[in-house]
Design a protein around this ligand. Structure first.
Ligand code: ADP
Ligand code: MG
Length: 398
């Protein structure tokens, strides 16, 4: 499926004021950016616009401020500084978004110059997508570019709004994300192995159903596995995370998989602990015999081998959701084994989506071994589920 919207390549940006929504929603510690991935991801479009001589106005949200004005901990200033540092460009920052100060800074911009506006969410009308917000932002530009894939699933003022008033096109990151996450299902090289973990079945239902329809094998791990255990009739999952309301649905999904010829793999052994915590000690048990007083925290060693063997045969891999509570080292082995198996398969196209799965891949230092790591958690899941993203919908058709 080719990308069906206009991109920055389709418009003449030279000397124009280009208002670009980026996703600079980066983690900060003591006013310093601790993970610059999202800023780096915006660089190709910024560089392109700069080289073409556009006047570049960047806007983003950061965190969840109250929306009642400036809050120091959510300022975009550190992100603007990080952009300057990693790009080597001169980057201006204005501590205003919708006021006179912002307008003056925009008016003073020369060709090829870059300005970062303050957090769009310092005004609560942004999240509510109120029209004045979009109108004010749109008045800063001649062209609107959306490159904030991570927020493209949100109908908010700075994401969808300016497209109503200005020619609206995609940046390179948005285009690549949408292309990658949709084409994998259209025509995957087989075998296609999909791996889904994370905490809950309920939050991944749409993803599981969609993956089952196109993957040859669906590997399941993480907290959601235990609901599937009950669906299969295992007598106990102890104190593990389960969603009793979803057991019937899980059973239906297993039946559907069988009907449509998708092989589903569930853990055969598990690492369990007597409580949930950093200090908890893990014990290996067989999945059909989980002790009453223990909870499942990770997939077991035999499961890791089976999953790794299946991944080794894949030509396409999609992975979302950790295999265990990888935040605690004691229970990170399952997630690490899956990440390593994907990294070692040099023949396959591997796509990683989801906030925590991406964090896990980064934690293990394997990010550069993957074909594509999505910068959007929620947005990537919505695309996988086959939904369209409001931000993308609002752009001009190619
Ligand atoms: P992603 O962000 O990649 O989509 P999720 O948000 O669905 O992933 O799930 C990630 C969370 O699932 C992690 O915080 C992890 O600790 C948790 N998790 C994984 N396995 C278990 C388990 N066995 N019990 C409880 N929580 C788990
Ligand atoms: Mg998550």
């Amino acid at each position: 499926m080719a990308f069906s919207k206009k991109t920055v390549r389709d418009v003449d940006v030279a000397g124009k004021r280009v208002l670009m929504r980026v996703d600079f929603n980066v983690p900060l510690k003591d006013g310093v950016v601790t993970d610059e991935t999202r800023i780096r991801a915006a660089l190709p479009t910024i560089k392109y616009l700069k080289d073409k001589g556009a006047k570049i106005i960047l806007m983003s949200h950061l965190g969840r401020p109250k929306g009642e004005g400036y809050e120091a901990e959510f300022s975009l200033k550190p992100a603007a500084e990080k952009l300057a540092e990693i790009s080597g460009y001169d980057v201006q920052f204005v501590d205003d978004t919708y006021g006179e100060k912002a307008r003056k800074a925009v008016d003073a911009l020369g060709d090829g110059q870059i300005l970062v506006l303050e957090n769009v969410r310092f005004d609560k009308r942004e999240k509510k997508n109120e029209r004045e917000i979009a109108q004010t932002l749109a008045s800063y530009g001649d062209i609107f570019v959306l490159d904030a894939f991570g927020t493209a699933h949100r109908s908010q003022g700075s994401v969808v709004g300016p497209a109503e008033f200005l020619p609206a096109v995609a940046g390179f990151l948005l285009e690549k994300e949408v292309d990658t996450l949709t084409s994998i299902f259209a025509n995957p090289e087989r075998p296609f192995v999909a791996i889904v973990g994370g905490s809950k079945v309920s939050s991944k239902i749409g993803v599981l159903e969609k993956l089952m329809e196109s993957a040859d094998t669906l590997i399941i791990g993480g907290g959601m596995a235990y609901t599937f255990f009950l669906a299969k009739g295992y007598k106990s999952v102890g104190k593990s995370l389960v969603e009793l309301d979803w057991v019937d649905k899980a059973r239906e999904m297993l039946e559907k998989a069988q009907r449509i010829g998708c092989k589903v793999m569930l853990p055969v052994d598990d690492v369990v602990a007597d409580h949930f915590g950093e200090d908890a000690k893990g014990f290996v048990v067989i999945s059909t015999e989980m002790p009453e007083d223990m909870m499942g925290m990770d997939i077991g060693p035999e499961t890791r081998k089976l999953y790794a063997d299946e991944i080794a045969k894949a030509k396409t891999v999609f992975w979302n959701g950790p295999m265990g509570v990888f935040e605690f080292d004691e229970f990170a082995a399952g997630t690490k084994a899956v990440a390593e198996a994907i990294a070692q398969n040099r023949e396959c196209t591997s796509i990683i989506g989801g906030g925590d799965s991406v964090a896990a891949v980064n934690k293990f230092g394997l990010a550069d071994k993957m074909s594509w790591i999505s910068t959007g958690g929620g947005a990537s899941m919505e695309l996988v589920e086959g939904k369209s993203l409001p931000g993308v919908e609002a752009l001009d058709n190619a």
